[in-house]
Structures are given as structure tokens and as C-alpha cells.
Design a protein around this ligand. Structure first.
Ligand code: PRP
Ligand code: MN
Ligand code: MG
Length: 179
């Protein structure tokens, strides 16, 4: 079974629900009356986004983007390619980007810059996880669920080779799985 591949649980289903609820309450205060566009970054952000918006009793809209990082990265700002763009015109809109994790910071630094160029009124970030030791470019989220160590974490959206996104908690893979 899938769950046998997990060495230990970092954040349980209950801890994730508690944190998501907390973040949803805070965001509801900040975005009440703003009709924000909640932007999910495929695919990792989808379980978190899905739970988060259900904790927000305000008017909002949702849209999704899919981007891919070229990895390694030739420039310090990182090369990011848009695989699926938003359907929505962001000009004048308050944007809330939802991510599962910030690692190098490349994905978000590219997106924030792009949304500013497209004349969004405001751009903020909520990320479930933040791995500060992974940073290559400077990037700070406005709302962070949990800090994580420099280990390979999976679950609740985060994959290893496209698997484990459907784990209901965040865990650390057994080394033999990726070795
Ligand atoms: C992962 C994760 C973030 C990004 C963070 O997505 O979901 O979007 O990497 O890394 P960064 O801070 O170094 O840019 P990935 O590109 O693996 O796609 P996925 O969400 O479809 O797994
Ligand atoms: Mn992602
Ligand atoms: Mg991935």
C-alpha cells in the first residue's frame, strides 16, 4: 500500500486541518469585500487550495495556472515556462497565490513579477509549507502554514515522481523509495 512508503508523518491530517482553518479565518478578514482571485498553482496546490477556500466565508473567485521550472536554472531569477495560463484578466484584481511549498523560490518569484507586469492591484502568497534552506532567490510568503526541514516531503499535494499527492498528511519518504 502507498502509506507503507512513508518513514514518518510530519504533519497529520488533524494538524493540517487546524492550520488550514486558521489561515482561512485570517484570509477571510483580509479579503472580505475584495472579491479576490485565488490562484492555484497546479498541481501541488490543489488539495490545500480545496480545503482552504472552504474555510473562507467570503466572495472569491478561483483560477489555476500550471508552470514548469527548467530546474537547474541558468539565471538567478530562474526560467519558468507557462504550461497553462489563467483564464482571468488580473488587471486591477487582488490576487492570492496558493502554493503547497516554497523551495528555491523560483516559481513564485517569476509569477509575482508576471502578475505585477499584468497590473494586478495586489499580489499576496499563502503557502502551506516553506523550506527556507532551499532558497536560491529571495522570496517571502505573506502567510505560511509550517516551516519544513531540508528533507524530501510528500503528501497533501506534494509528489515524488507524480505519486503521493493523495496522502491525507505530509510525510517523509523512506530513503529506499527514491534511492
Ligand atoms: C513544486 C511545488 C511548487 C514548486 C516549489 O511544483 O508544488 O510549485 O515546486 O519549488 P520552487 O520554490 O523551487 O520553485 P512542481 O514544479 O514540482 O510541480 P507540481 O506542483 O505539479 O508537482
Ligand atoms: Mn507546484
Ligand atoms: Mg512536483
Amino acid at each position: 500500500m502507498m502509506q507503507n512508503d512513508i518513514e514518518r508523518v510530519l504533519f497529520s491530517r488533524e494538524e493540517l486541518a487546524q492550520k488550514t482553518n486558521e489561515l482561512g479565518q485570517q484570509l477571510s478578514v483580509e479579503y472580505k469585500e475584495k472579491n479576490p482571485l485565488v490562484v492555484g498553482i497546479l498541481k501541488g496546490a490543489t488539495p490545500f487550495l480545496s480545503d482552504l477556500v472552504k474555510e473562507m466565508d467570503i466572495y472569491l473567485e478561483m483560477d489555476f495556472m500550471d508552470v514548469s521550472s527548467y530546474g537547474g536554472g541558468i539565471t538567478s531569477s530562474g526560467e519558468v515556462k507557462i504550461l497553462k495560463d489563467l483564464d482571468t484578466n488580473v488587471e486591477g484584481r487582488d490576487l492570492l497565490i496558493v502554493e503547497d511549498i516554497i523551495d528555491s523560490g523560483r516559481t513564485l518569484s517569476y509569477l509575482v513579477e508576471m502578475f505585477r507586469y499584468r497590473k494586478a492591484k495586489s499580489v499576496k502568497i499563502v503557502t502551506l509549507l516553506d523550506k527556507p534552506e532551499g532558497r536560491v532567490v529571495e522570496m517571502k510568503a505573506d502567510y505560511v502554514g509550517f516551516l519544513v526541514p531540508n528533507e524530501f516531503v510528500v503528501g497533501y499535494g506534494l509528489d515524488y515522481d507524480e505519486r503521493y499527492r493523495n496522502l491525507p498528511y505530509i510525510g517523509i519518504l523512506k530513503p529506499e523509495i527514491y534511492q
